[in-house]
Design a binder for this molecule. Sequence first.
Ligand SMILES: Nc1ncnc2c1ncn2[C@@H]1O[C@H](COP(=O)(O)OP(=O)(O)OP(=O)(O)O)[C@@H](O)[C@H]1O
Ligand SMILES: [Mg+2]
Length: 205
Amino acid sequence: MSKFTDFAQRRRETTKMVPVPSVSIMPERDLGKAPALECLHLGIDFGGLKAVDDFNITVGRTEICGLIGPNGAGKTTVFNLLTKVYAPTRGTIMVDGQDTAGMDPARVNRLGVARTFQNIRLFNSMTVEENVAVGLHNQRHCGMATSILRLPHHWKSERYYHERALELLDIFDMAGLADHEAGSLPYGAQRRLEIVRALATNPKL
Ligand SMILES: Nc1ncnc2c1ncn2[C@@H]1O[C@H](COP(=O)(O)OP(=O)(O)OP(=O)(O)O)[C@@H](O)[C@H]1O
Ligand SMILES: [Mg+2]
């Protein structure tokens, strides 16, 4: 068997989808580890409108998955629930095996959930690099006093954030735009910047 056929064969085996104890399926290779995401009977009502009802999903740690549905089906509402923009009316959201009940968006982000928005939400008057720096904020190891007093550790961490921001921007071919105002970028570049900002938070999901 050639190396390629061998690889293709193994890939087929490990991408087999198998049922998991809840109500969903997951790639076989991710079994035995807590799923990146598990939603059980998730739902939210807006007044009399059931925008999302009995939504169940399990996403394995190595899985790439999409959510499709017609306009108004509730896709954006699901993302708003996952990121705690809305509190669920019913159901459970587990991230990396941890129940997110009662958590706020910042806490869920620290747990490893990042997102972009259907309608782009950048800090328009800030530069491209500053927008990415906002995403890096949760990794700051430098206290407020150190920053106010401009102690050496402050400059060291500033240098780290600058380099990390450029590294991330470079993946999306945007390092050359670091000093540009985010709001002045064309739509496609703003979309990519939102993805870079999300990645800067070092997400698992
Ligand atoms: N904050 C809200 N208050 C009241 N109703 C809402 C709210 N947010 C969403 N809805 C309603 O919930 C339903 C689902 O909307 P949602 O935006 O999640 O759909 P979608 O699948 O993202 O649609 P699209 O493909 O158009 O983006 C719609 O009927 C919408 O009007
Ligand atoms: Mg939507």
